[in-house]
Structures are given as structure tokens and as C-alpha cells.
Design a protein around this ligand. Structure first.
Ligand SMILES: [Zn+2]
Length: 284
């Protein structure tokens, strides 16, 4: 039982060397880098998912915490710009490359996630389950600075929270958005994903009254709001192509070849392994 749950929880993707690969066993850790977005907002990039770090006078608010193995290096990178402790961690979703450091963060921090992300972590027996869960929207104010987390709907999972660093005019999307142009979206049906709802969910993020121009993706470099819109358009084009082939009765093999040739999907990668479920969703 334990082994099975660990394997399903490890059905993640990692951005390494320009390609999305299936994370079925931990590859070698990748070095972490710090990118400064604003005077008080940094992003730690590398290995697992991106980790925005918001500096307030009373401590740090971060979103996601990569793999457990990255914990010490995350803290070391933070030390290069702040001596304050991490007080809050907002998880964008349940995957272990975004929540793996949760258990160690409990030494100083409170951890918050969407109800469905928390439920997925419990079901998948992932460590560091958040004590606090929200359904629609929540907010943390520390040292006079507010960070909001909001659920806009299903996409990469059924519990993707988008984090809004309001005064910094930046959002963190988690894996709802990947900024590398050739990144294949990972539609994680085992965590309640939906390819049909994915683009509607991004529409809501783009149309929200949040004022932001920097978008920190789940993986890849921080980019602009227009890049999130372009990703949505690429996703919709890809989904409509697959949907058209499904309705024309084309084989899974044909669809696989199309995704490899036209959308640069890895033929044996984690995204492609969701193809049966993807086709099933489009048939419904
Ligand atoms: Zn993910």
C-alpha cells in the first residue's frame, strides 16, 4: 500500500535541461538560484517548483517549498537577502515538488492550502499536510503586507491556488502555468485535473480584479501577464486539436504522434501518460 501511494504521489514532472521528464524516482538535485522581482519579493528557482519569498518587517511569507531535500538550500538562499524566519507557506497544490518541504517548514511556519489540495495530500499519504485549508479565498497579513490565495477552478489539479502578492503586483500560479514555451502541461487526473476547465480557470485569473504584471509560473522563469494568456491560447489549441482527432475516431497512436510533432510533448513523459484520461475527458 505504502509503496503504491508513494509511486502515485511521485507521478510528477520536473523541468530539467529544457525537457519535462517523469518524476518516478528522485533525480539528482538541481542547484537553486535566486531571482529578485521587487525590493521585497524574490523567487527561488530550481529543482522543484518555484518558491516566491515575500519579505515583511515581521517575517517571510513564501509559496511552495520544493522537495524535502531542498529545504536547507532554500533557507541558505533566503539568508542571502533576509535573516527573518519563514512564518507562512501557501501551497499552490498537493504535488511533492511543491510541498515536500512542508514538514520541515513547520519549525517556524504555518502552512495553508486549498481544501482539495489538502485532501489530495491526505489521500496520497504525502507528508507535511497543512493544518489550515480554505475553499474560495484566504488572506495572510504580516508586517502590514497582505498575500491572498484564491481558488479559480480546476486545472493542473482540483486544488490549484493562485497566490497574489498584492503590493508587489505579482502572482504565483503553481503548475496551472509553465513558462517554458515547449513545456507540456501535466493534466494530473489522479489529483482531479481537468483539461476542459483549465483554460476557463486561466481566463478567470486573467479577468480577476487583481492588479499584477509579474507572473511566477510553477516551473520556469517569472514572466508577464501576456505570457499567461499566450500559454492559455497554446493549451486551447492543443486541446482542440486532440478533441478534433478524438471526434474523428483517430487512434491514440495518431494523437501521440501529433502531440510529439506539433506540441513537443515527450512521447514517454508524464504528460503523455495522462493521455487515456485526457481522451476520456474529451469524449464525455
Ligand atoms: Zn504539480
Amino acid at each position: 500500500m505504502r509503496k503504491r501511494s508513494v509511486l502515485s504521489a511521485a507521478a510528477l514532472t520536473l523541468f530539467i535541461g529544457g525537457a519535462w521528464i517523469a518524476y518516478t524516482q528522485a533525480p539528482l538535485p538541481q542547484p537553486l538560484n535566486v531571482e529578485k522581482i521587487r525590493e521585497d519579493l524574490y523567487v527561488i528557482i530550481g529543482d522543484g517548483g518555484n518558491v516566491p519569498v515575500y519579505v515583511t518587517p515581521e517575517g517571510l511569507i513564501i509559496s511552495d517549498d520544493k522537495f524535502e531535500r531542498d529545504h536547507d538550500e532554500i533557507l541558505a538562499k533566503i539568508k542571502t537577502f533576509s535573516n527573518l524566519p519563514v512564518k507562512y507557506v501557501l501551497n499552490t497544490h498537493n504535488h511533492g515538488d511543491h510541498t515536500g518541504g512542508n514538514a520541515k517548514m513547520y519549525a517556524t511556519a504555518e502552512i495553508i492550502a486549498h481544501r482539495n489540495a489538502r485532501d489530495n495530500m491526505v489521500a496520497q499519504k504525502l507528508p507535511g499536510v497543512p493544518r489550515i485549508a480554505f475553499t474560495d479565498e484566504t488572506s495572510v497579513t504580516l508586517g502590514g503586507k497582505e498575500v491572498r490565495a484564491k481558488y479559480f477552478g480546476r486545472s493542473h489539479t482540483n486544488g490549484d491556488a493562485v497566490i497574489y502578492y498584492a503590493a508587489a503586483r505579482a502572482i504565483h500560479t503553481g503548475d496551472m502555468f509553465l513558462s517554458a514555451a515547449d513545456a507540456a502541461p501535466f493534466i494530473d487526473y489522479s489529483s482531479g485535473a481537468s483539461a476542459i476547465e483549465w483554460t476557463r480557470t486561466i481566463d478567470k485569473v486573467l479577468q480577476s480584479d487583481w492588479d499584477y504584471d509579474v507572473v511566477v509560473p510553477g516551473h520556469g522563469p517569472p514572466v508577464k501577464k501576456a505570457d499567461l494568456a499566450a500559454f492559455r491560447d497554446r493549451f486551447r489549441t492543443m486541446r482542440d486539436r486532440v478533441g478534433g482527432m478524438v471526434h474523428d475516431g483517430r487512434s491514440k497512436d495518431d494523437i501521440t504522434k501529433m502531440l510529439v510533432s506539433d506540441f513537443k510533448w515527450n512521447a514517454t513523459g508524464g504528460s503523455m501518460r495522462q493521455l487515456d484520461s485526457f481522451i476520456a475527458e474529451l469524449k464525455r
